[in-house]
Design a protein around this ligand. Sequence first.
Ligand code: SF4
Length: 198
Amino acid sequence: MEQDRLLHSEGYRSKTARMVFDRAPMSVNWELTRACDLACRHCRAEAMDCRHPEELSATEILDVLDGASAFGRPLPHVVFTGGDPLNREDLFEVLPGSRALGYGVSLAPSGTPLLTRDAIDRLAGAGIQTTSLSRDGSRAGRHDSLRDVPGCLARRIAAAQDVRAAGIPLQINTLVTEETAGDLRAVYDLVATFGITR
Ligand code: SF4
């Protein structure tokens, strides 16, 4: 399987062999904003419909990452998430700035209409290594009821196809709860057809 191939690849083994976990994290999940157009029942990010006034600026974010480069190499991988990171107009300053500091970067967008083909092409051009999208139900009714926005699943399926077409490795996340557990096999069978990496 593709995941096994990645986990056993020379590059992955060599990077993890050089990580010192009591000195530096292997990855950092950075919630860039609390702004999100969805209203998921399970949201742990206290998402809201606009950006919080105290969010760090792009310059402040890059200053923090510059300081964190004291972790030493290999640097942690940074996953930018939120809220929806696409709600930040300066995302396309943060991504290349992080890459210039030597970080590998990935994106975890919310999968709303902001994730257009144009935005995906810009993300590919910014050198992100992975995009993740969530699929929480085998049918639209199951998924959309958790996210509280009708049409949400259809948009994510289109976005997943666009991400693959842009050549960005795709990760699928899924919510596991008592309510969704019985649907997991059907979710797996569907996402396995997407050409996903993880
Ligand atoms: S997409 Fe993520 S940030 Fe937005 S409401 Fe859902 S869980 Fe929260």
